[in-house]
Design a protein around this ligand. Structure first.
Ligand code: S3P
Length: 429
C-alpha cells in the first residue's frame, strides 16, 4: 500500500489540463459499443474505473483500437454484444457495475458482474429493484442488494419510475435498459443529477426527451456511432480549484474543463463562500459545455450547503470539507446522506481525517458541521481506499505546517492517474 508525504506550498500557480471526465468516458464506451458504425473517442480517461468498462466491452466482443490518443470503437449495434466467457470485474467502479446492470438486463445472454471489496459492499438494489419491475432477471447476494450480480437476459417492459434518490447511476441504468424495453421508459428524480447519459444518448440518435428531472426514452431505435471529445473532469479539477483558493499567493488556470450545469455545484458553492473563480472561453464539445477555469487565492467564509446543490457537487464534498476547514466561521452540510454509500462513507472518513488534522467537526446523519478558520495541524491521514479522500487530504497538506502523510494512495489511479505529477508541477516551494 503506497503512502505519500506532502509539504506545505508557498503558492500554486501555472496552467494545467486535467484528465478526461470519468462519467463521460464510461458512457462513450458503452454507447459506442452498442451503436452501429465507428465511434472515435479522444480525451478518454485512462483511469482504472474506465479501463474496467473498456475491458467489459472487449470481453463482449467489441473491437476497440487505441493509438494512445484516440479510441476507435467498432460498434456492434444494439443487439450485437456477445456473451462474456468469464465474470466481468468492475473493480472499484460504481458507474461500471450499475450502468452495465441496466444495459445487460436487456441482452439475450447470461453475465455476472463483480468488483473489489469496496464495490461489493455498496447498494445495488437501487438499480436492481426498478430493473426487476421492467422484467429483468437479476440475482445477487443479500437478495439482490450486493454484487456479484448474475444477469440472465430477458424481455423488458418500459416503466415509469420515481427514483427516491437523485442518482445519475440509477437514472442511467434504467435508461440503458429502456433502450431494449418495449414502449416508453420514464425516470423521475427528486433533483436533477448529472445528465451526461441523456446528452450522449441524444447525440447518438436515441429517441429521448428530457424535461428537468424527468426523462423519457423509447427503445428499439438503432444508435449511430459518433466522434466524442471528452472534456477535462471538473471533479478532478476541483482539487486544484480548492488548492488555488486556499494556498496563499496562488493563480491557476485549468484548461478545457467540462462545465455541464449538473456538475458545477462546486463552483457555485465556492462562489458563495467568497472564492474568486472565473469560467473563461466557454464553448461546446460533443454536446457538453466546456470552459477554462481561472482561480485565485481568496478569503473564504463558511456557509450552509443543502438541497439541489448536493447532487450538483456530489463527488466534491471531500475537498469542499477542506475548503470549509480553511474558511472563517461554520460550514453546515446537509441533505448529503448519499455520501455514506460512496467508495467509502465519505462523511465518516472526512470527519475522522479532519479531526486528525485538528479541525473541529461534528458528524450528522446527512452531513457534517465544520468549524473553520483554525487551520490544520500536521497529520497522518488514511484514505480508507477512497481516491477522493486521499486527494482531498493531500490538498489539505499544501496548507499545513510541517510534513503530512496520507496512507493508501494507490486508489488515486482509479480516477486521476497523473494527480501527483500535476500536484508537484503547480506547487511552488
Ligand atoms: C456517477 C454518478 C454519481 C457519482 C459517481 C459517478 C455517474 O453517483 O457519485 O462518481 O457517472 O453516473 P450516484 O449516481 O450514485 O450519485
Amino acid at each position: 500500500m503506497e503512502s505519500y508525504t506532502i509539504e506545505a506550498a508557498k503558492a500554486v500557480s501555472g496552467e494545467i489540463t486535467v484528465p478526461g471526465d470519468k462519467s463521460i468516458s464510461h458512457r462513450s464506451i458503452m454507447l459506442g459499443s452498442i451503436a452501429s458504425g465507428i465511434t472515435r473517442v479522444t480525451g478518454f480517461l485512462r483511469g482504472e474505473d474506465n479501463l474496467a468498462t473498456l475491458n467489459a466491452f472487449r470481453a463482449m466482443g467489441v473491437e476497440v483500437e487505441d493509438d494512445g490518443t484516440t479510441l476507435t470503437i467498432h460498434g456492434r449495434g444494439l443487439h450485437g454484444l456477445e456473451e462474456p466467457a468469464d465474470v466481468i470485474d468492475c473493480g472499484n467502479s460504481g458507474t461500471s457495475i450499475r450502468l452495465l446492470t441496466g444495459l445487460l438486463s436487456g441482452q439475450s445472454f447470461f453475465s455476472v458482474l463483480t468488483g473489489d471489496k469496496y464495490l461489493r459492499k455498496r447498494p445495488m438494489k437501487r438499480v436492481v429493484g426498478p430493473l426487476w419491475e421492467m422484467g429483468a432477471r437479476i440475482a445477487g447476494r443479500a437478495g439482490g442488494e450486493k454484487a456479484p450480480l448474475a444477469i440472465s437476459g430477458a424481455r423488458l417492459q418500459g416503466i415509469a419510475y420515481d427514483s427516491p434518490v437523485s442518482s445519475a447511476q440509477v437514472k442511467s441504468a434504467i435508461l440503458l435498459a429502456g433502450l431494449y424495453a418495449d414502449g416508453e421508459t420514464v425516470v423521475r428524480e427528486p433533483h436533477l443529477s448529472r445528465d451526461h447519459s441523456e446528452r450522449m444518448l441524444r447525440h447518438f440518435g436515441a429517441d429521448i426527451q428530457a424535461d428537468g428531472p424527468c426523462v423519457r426514452i423509447r427503445g428499439g431505435r438503432e444508435l449511430r456511432g459518433q466522434d466524442i471529445v471528452v472534456p477535462g473532469d471538473i471533479s478532478s479539477a476541483a482539487f486544484f480549484i480548492v488548492a488555488g483558493l486556499i494556498v496563499p499567493g496562488s493563480e491557476l488556470l485549468i484548461k478545457g474543463v467540462g462545465v455541464n450545469p449538473t456538475r458545477t455545484g462546486i463552483v457555485d458553492i465556492l462562489h458563495l463562500m467568497g472564492g474568486e473563480i472565473s469560467l473563461q472561453n466557454q464553448r461546446e464539445l460533443s454536446g457538453e459545455p466546456v470552459a477554462d477555469i481561472l482561480v485565485r487565492t481568496s478569503p473564504l467564509r463558511g456557509i450552509e450547503i443543502g438541497g439541489d446543490l448536493v447532487p450538483r457537487a456530489i463527488d466534491e464534498f471531500p475537498v469542499l470539507c477542506v475548503a470549509a476547514a480553511c474558511a472563517s466561521g461554520r460550514t453546515v452540510i446537509r441533505d448529503a446522506q448519499e455520501l455514506r454509500v460512496k467508495e467509502t462513507d465519505r462523511i465518516k472518513a472526512m470527519a475522522e481525517n479532519l479531526r486528525l488534522a485538528g479541525v473541529p467537526v461534528e458528524e450528522t446523519g446527512d452531513g457534517m458541521i465544520i468549524e473553520g478558520g483554525k487551520g490544520f495541524s500536521a497529520f497522518n491521514a488514511d484514505s480508507k481506499g477512497d481516491h477522493r479522500i486521499a486527494m482531498s487530504m493531500l490538498i489539505a497538506g499544501l496548507v499545513t505546517p510541517g510534513s503530512c502523510r496520507v496512507d493508501d494512495t494507490d486508489c488515486i489511479a482509479t480516477s486521476f492517474p497523473n494527480f501527483f505529477q500535476l500536484l508537484e508541477q503547480v506547487a511552488k516551494r
